[in-house]
Write a protein that binds this ligand. Structure first.
Ligand SMILES: Cc1cc2nc3c(=O)[nH]c(=O)nc-3n(C[C@H](O)[C@H](O)[C@H](O)COP(=O)(O)O)c2cc1C
Length: 198
Protein backbone atom coordinates (compact mmCIF):
# COMPACT_ATOMS: atom_id res chain seq x y z
CA UNK A 1 0.00 0.00 0.00
CA UNK A 2 1.30 3.44 -0.97
CA UNK A 3 0.93 5.70 2.10
CA UNK A 4 0.80 9.37 1.24
CA UNK A 5 1.03 12.14 3.80
CA UNK A 6 -0.16 15.61 2.74
CA UNK A 7 1.11 18.45 4.92
CA UNK A 8 -0.91 21.64 4.45
CA UNK A 9 0.32 25.01 5.75
CA UNK A 10 -2.71 27.12 4.77
CA UNK A 11 -4.48 29.24 7.38
CA UNK A 12 -8.03 28.92 6.12
CA UNK A 13 -10.69 26.33 5.45
CA UNK A 14 -11.48 25.56 1.83
CA UNK A 15 -9.01 28.02 0.34
CA UNK A 16 -7.00 27.11 -2.75
CA UNK A 17 -4.51 25.03 -0.79
CA UNK A 18 -7.25 22.98 0.91
CA UNK A 19 -9.03 22.48 -2.42
CA UNK A 20 -5.79 21.47 -4.14
CA UNK A 21 -4.84 18.97 -1.45
CA UNK A 22 -8.39 17.54 -1.46
CA UNK A 23 -8.25 17.09 -5.25
CA UNK A 24 -4.89 15.31 -4.94
CA UNK A 25 -6.30 13.09 -2.18
CA UNK A 26 -9.28 12.16 -4.34
CA UNK A 27 -7.09 11.28 -7.34
CA UNK A 28 -4.61 9.32 -5.21
CA UNK A 29 -7.30 7.36 -3.34
CA UNK A 30 -8.92 6.48 -6.67
CA UNK A 31 -5.54 5.04 -7.68
CA UNK A 32 -5.49 2.86 -4.55
CA UNK A 33 -3.26 4.95 -2.25
CA UNK A 34 -3.90 5.63 1.43
CA UNK A 35 -3.90 9.40 2.04
CA UNK A 36 -3.73 11.34 5.30
CA UNK A 37 -4.03 15.12 5.37
CA UNK A 38 -2.33 17.10 8.12
CA UNK A 39 -3.64 20.63 8.64
CA UNK A 40 -0.76 22.39 10.36
CA UNK A 41 -3.21 25.07 11.58
CA UNK A 42 -4.83 22.43 13.82
CA UNK A 43 -1.59 20.90 15.04
CA UNK A 44 0.03 21.87 18.34
CA UNK A 45 3.61 22.69 17.29
CA UNK A 46 5.91 24.91 19.37
CA UNK A 47 8.74 26.99 17.94
CA UNK A 48 12.19 25.42 17.69
CA UNK A 49 14.31 26.61 20.63
CA UNK A 50 17.61 26.49 18.67
CA UNK A 51 18.96 24.43 21.59
CA UNK A 52 20.32 21.79 19.15
CA UNK A 53 19.94 19.04 21.75
CA UNK A 54 18.46 16.93 18.91
CA UNK A 55 21.38 17.47 16.52
CA UNK A 56 24.27 16.31 18.69
CA UNK A 57 24.37 12.56 17.89
CA UNK A 58 24.83 10.99 14.42
CA UNK A 59 22.36 8.51 12.92
CA UNK A 60 19.85 8.28 10.11
CA UNK A 61 16.71 8.32 12.27
CA UNK A 62 15.23 11.68 13.33
CA UNK A 63 16.33 12.50 16.88
CA UNK A 64 14.21 13.31 19.96
CA UNK A 65 13.21 16.94 20.50
CA UNK A 66 13.08 18.52 23.96
CA UNK A 67 9.52 19.67 23.22
CA UNK A 68 6.74 17.15 23.82
CA UNK A 69 4.05 18.36 21.45
CA UNK A 70 2.25 17.34 18.25
CA UNK A 71 5.52 17.24 16.31
CA UNK A 72 6.44 13.86 17.83
CA UNK A 73 3.36 12.24 16.31
CA UNK A 74 3.89 14.12 13.06
CA UNK A 75 7.50 12.88 12.73
CA UNK A 76 6.23 9.31 13.23
CA UNK A 77 3.71 9.85 10.44
CA UNK A 78 6.46 11.30 8.19
CA UNK A 79 8.63 8.27 8.84
CA UNK A 80 5.79 5.82 8.08
CA UNK A 81 4.75 7.54 4.83
CA UNK A 82 6.06 6.53 1.39
CA UNK A 83 5.30 9.83 -0.36
CA UNK A 84 4.41 13.41 0.50
CA UNK A 85 2.45 16.38 -0.70
CA UNK A 86 3.99 19.54 0.79
CA UNK A 87 1.56 22.44 0.40
CA UNK A 88 1.48 26.07 1.47
CA UNK A 89 0.23 29.42 0.15
CA UNK A 90 2.86 32.04 -0.65
CA UNK A 91 2.68 34.80 1.97
CA UNK A 92 5.08 37.73 1.82
CA UNK A 93 7.20 35.86 -0.71
CA UNK A 94 7.61 32.66 1.30
CA UNK A 95 5.84 29.70 2.90
CA UNK A 96 3.36 30.66 5.62
CA UNK A 97 4.57 31.18 9.18
CA UNK A 98 2.99 27.93 10.36
CA UNK A 99 4.70 26.01 7.56
CA UNK A 100 8.02 27.68 8.48
CA UNK A 101 7.55 26.78 12.14
CA UNK A 102 7.00 23.14 11.08
CA UNK A 103 10.07 23.27 8.79
CA UNK A 104 12.32 24.53 11.57
CA UNK A 105 11.22 21.69 13.82
CA UNK A 106 12.52 19.29 11.15
CA UNK A 107 15.99 20.08 12.51
CA UNK A 108 15.69 16.64 14.21
CA UNK A 109 16.62 15.36 10.71
CA UNK A 110 20.04 17.06 10.96
CA UNK A 111 23.26 15.89 12.59
CA UNK A 112 25.10 19.02 13.74
CA UNK A 113 27.32 18.63 16.78
CA UNK A 114 28.83 21.72 18.37
CA UNK A 115 32.23 21.13 16.70
CA UNK A 116 30.72 21.04 13.17
CA UNK A 117 30.52 24.17 11.00
CA UNK A 118 27.18 23.22 9.49
CA UNK A 119 24.54 20.50 9.54
CA UNK A 120 24.56 17.17 7.70
CA UNK A 121 21.21 15.83 6.54
CA UNK A 122 20.51 12.51 8.27
CA UNK A 123 18.57 11.39 5.16
CA UNK A 124 21.24 12.54 2.66
CA UNK A 125 21.33 9.05 1.11
CA UNK A 126 18.46 8.96 -1.38
CA UNK A 127 15.44 7.11 -0.07
CA UNK A 128 12.68 5.84 -2.32
CA UNK A 129 10.29 8.48 -1.00
CA UNK A 130 8.78 11.02 -3.39
CA UNK A 131 7.31 14.48 -2.88
CA UNK A 132 5.02 16.80 -4.79
CA UNK A 133 5.29 20.51 -3.99
CA UNK A 134 2.19 22.71 -4.00
CA UNK A 135 1.83 26.46 -3.68
CA UNK A 136 -0.25 29.39 -4.89
CA UNK A 137 0.06 33.13 -5.16
CA UNK A 138 -1.69 36.30 -6.30
CA UNK A 139 1.14 36.78 -8.81
CA UNK A 140 1.16 34.71 -12.02
CA UNK A 141 2.33 31.15 -11.37
CA UNK A 142 5.53 31.39 -13.41
CA UNK A 143 6.59 34.50 -11.47
CA UNK A 144 5.63 32.94 -8.16
CA UNK A 145 7.58 29.82 -8.95
CA UNK A 146 10.84 31.63 -9.73
CA UNK A 147 10.68 34.89 -7.76
CA UNK A 148 9.43 33.80 -4.36
CA UNK A 149 11.24 31.75 -1.74
CA UNK A 150 8.32 29.30 -1.43
CA UNK A 151 9.57 26.67 -3.86
CA UNK A 152 13.07 26.74 -2.44
CA UNK A 153 11.69 26.25 1.05
CA UNK A 154 9.40 23.40 -0.03
CA UNK A 155 12.38 21.76 -1.80
CA UNK A 156 14.42 22.08 1.38
CA UNK A 157 11.61 20.46 3.36
CA UNK A 158 11.53 17.49 0.94
CA UNK A 159 15.33 17.12 1.09
CA UNK A 160 15.33 17.26 4.88
CA UNK A 161 12.86 14.38 5.22
CA UNK A 162 14.68 12.38 2.53
CA UNK A 163 12.24 12.72 -0.36
CA UNK A 164 12.94 13.28 -4.04
CA UNK A 165 10.83 16.04 -5.67
CA UNK A 166 8.88 14.53 -8.57
CA UNK A 167 6.63 17.48 -9.43
CA UNK A 168 5.55 21.02 -8.57
CA UNK A 169 2.15 22.69 -8.85
CA UNK A 170 2.27 26.46 -8.48
CA UNK A 171 -1.14 28.07 -9.07
CA UNK A 172 -0.97 31.81 -9.78
CA UNK A 173 -3.51 34.61 -10.22
CA UNK A 174 -5.70 33.04 -7.57
CA UNK A 175 -6.39 35.90 -5.17
CA UNK A 176 -8.99 38.08 -6.92
CA UNK A 177 -12.03 36.93 -4.95
CA UNK A 178 -12.77 35.97 -1.37
CA UNK A 179 -13.51 32.30 -2.04
CA UNK A 180 -11.68 31.34 -5.23
CA UNK A 181 -12.49 27.95 -6.75
CA UNK A 182 -9.82 25.69 -8.19
CA UNK A 183 -9.76 26.29 -11.96
CA UNK A 184 -10.45 23.29 -14.24
CA UNK A 185 -6.99 23.59 -15.81
CA UNK A 186 -5.48 23.05 -12.34
CA UNK A 187 -7.74 20.03 -11.67
CA UNK A 188 -6.46 18.46 -14.88
CA UNK A 189 -2.83 19.08 -13.85
CA UNK A 190 -3.50 17.51 -10.46
CA UNK A 191 -4.66 14.26 -12.08
CA UNK A 192 -1.45 14.10 -14.13
CA UNK A 193 0.83 14.97 -11.21
CA UNK A 194 -0.88 12.49 -8.86
CA UNK A 195 0.25 9.74 -11.25
CA UNK A 196 3.86 10.49 -10.28
CA UNK A 197 3.22 9.33 -6.71
CA UNK A 198 1.29 6.13 -7.42
C1 LIG B 1 -0.70 37.92 4.36
C2 LIG B 1 -0.70 37.53 2.91
C3 LIG B 1 0.47 37.64 2.20
C4 LIG B 1 0.50 37.30 0.85
N1 LIG B 1 1.68 37.45 0.17
C5 LIG B 1 1.71 37.18 -1.15
C6 LIG B 1 2.91 37.39 -1.88
O1 LIG B 1 3.96 37.76 -1.36
N2 LIG B 1 2.88 37.17 -3.23
C7 LIG B 1 1.74 36.75 -3.86
O2 LIG B 1 1.78 36.59 -5.10
N3 LIG B 1 0.62 36.48 -3.19
C8 LIG B 1 0.56 36.70 -1.85
N4 LIG B 1 -0.61 36.46 -1.15
C9 LIG B 1 -1.77 35.79 -1.80
C10 LIG B 1 -1.83 34.30 -1.43
O3 LIG B 1 -0.65 33.64 -1.84
C11 LIG B 1 -3.02 33.60 -2.11
O4 LIG B 1 -4.22 34.25 -1.75
C12 LIG B 1 -3.08 32.13 -1.74
O5 LIG B 1 -3.70 31.44 -2.79
C13 LIG B 1 -3.86 31.84 -0.48
O6 LIG B 1 -3.98 30.44 -0.27
P1 LIG B 1 -5.28 29.83 0.48
O7 LIG B 1 -6.45 30.04 -0.45
O8 LIG B 1 -4.98 28.39 0.72
O9 LIG B 1 -5.45 30.61 1.74
C14 LIG B 1 -0.67 36.81 0.21
C15 LIG B 1 -1.86 36.68 0.94
C16 LIG B 1 -1.88 37.05 2.28
C17 LIG B 1 -3.17 36.98 3.04
Amino acid sequence: MNRILAINGSYRDDGITDQTVAAFAQALKAAGAEVEIILLRDYPIDFCLNCRACTQLPGVAPAECVHHDGMKELIEKIERADCYILATPTNMGSVTAIFKRFMERLVVYAYWSWDMNGPQFRKAQATKKKALLVSSSAAPGIMGRWLFGTNKQLKMTAKTIGAEVVGTLFTGMIAKEQHPMLPDRVKAKIKTLAGRLV
